[in-house]
Design a protein around this ligand. Sequence first.
Ligand code: MTE
Length: 331
Amino acid sequence: MRRAPREIVEEGGLTSESAYFGRREVLRALGFGGLAVAASPLLLGRGATGLLAQPAPETFPPAVGPKYDDLFPAKRNKTYDFAPLPETPEKISGSYNNFYEFTTDKARVWRMAKDFVASPWTVQVKGAVEKEFSFDLDDLFRWFPLEERRYRFRCVEAWAMQVPWTGFPLRQLIDRCKPLGKAKYVRVVSILDPERLPGQKKDTHWPWPYYEAYRLDEARHELAFVALGIYGHALPMQFGAPWRIVMPWKYGFKSPKSIVAIEFTETRPGTFWNDAVPKEYGFFSNVNPLKPHPRWSQATERDIGTRDRRPTLPFNGYADQVAKLYTGAEF
Ligand code: MTE
């Protein structure tokens, strides 16, 4: 018998997309069709209340409130519209999220996160920098000109989407932090707040807070992006408000949400998923169709908007831009 996604998640790590969609197929056969099912808590066995719940709206409000509305929408930078794939509707990408600080149930994240106010917000800059300091939301939103980039996004669970992020190149923020010459890596840490984040209180077997890291040359690549917004407005909470990093050539877990610290180091830092399940999630985790996950193939991916299945592309379609950063061992 096929196990429910939740059981798989609790045993090892991220859910396989086939387990998730397999469950959807079963529900559809029972008469609960399409997207209404995807947005319903029933999907992951949360009981009858899900049947009464509202379906996901077309758009979701910014978790920082209206304060930065004047900055949106930002001008689209078409240089990055590499792949002519349809944009995933906000209703779909905003109701199918991985944000384990709230819940492991993708369809419930937006509901659980909708009253979370991501303001005020402070980010600490530390480690191998000229001088440690902190910055706040006004700095983050107003230091650099904002632009919109539509990127492909590929989760390690083999689902994919195309969404328009608003933000600026991560390199600009790194330069502002003034790392010392000896800094070789940058590590970022997500919010820790078990009182407001039920997943951190409940799922104590994971090494909270969520943390990620990159080699400095990866983080300084022109595609590495700081996202403050999506779909022409500031980020709704389920997407990682008030800001996250987006690394479009890596599996989605390398795009951490709701960041509160940036640290520069000389040696390679650990990462949340690599520390939690080292056999399944590596440090580089560049999208690679030829390297299966130990529990499922990475050869194809499912578009959560169109439901189409298509071949996975090396580096998620960004090989021309980023392959030169890596040797074979790192791919
Ligand atoms: N960041 C934090 N802090 N917590 C998380 O659980 N999940 C990761 C990544 N960033 C995660 C996170 C995973 S596995 C994926 S696929 C993406 O966020 C999902 O981003 P989305 O929900 O905006 O599609």
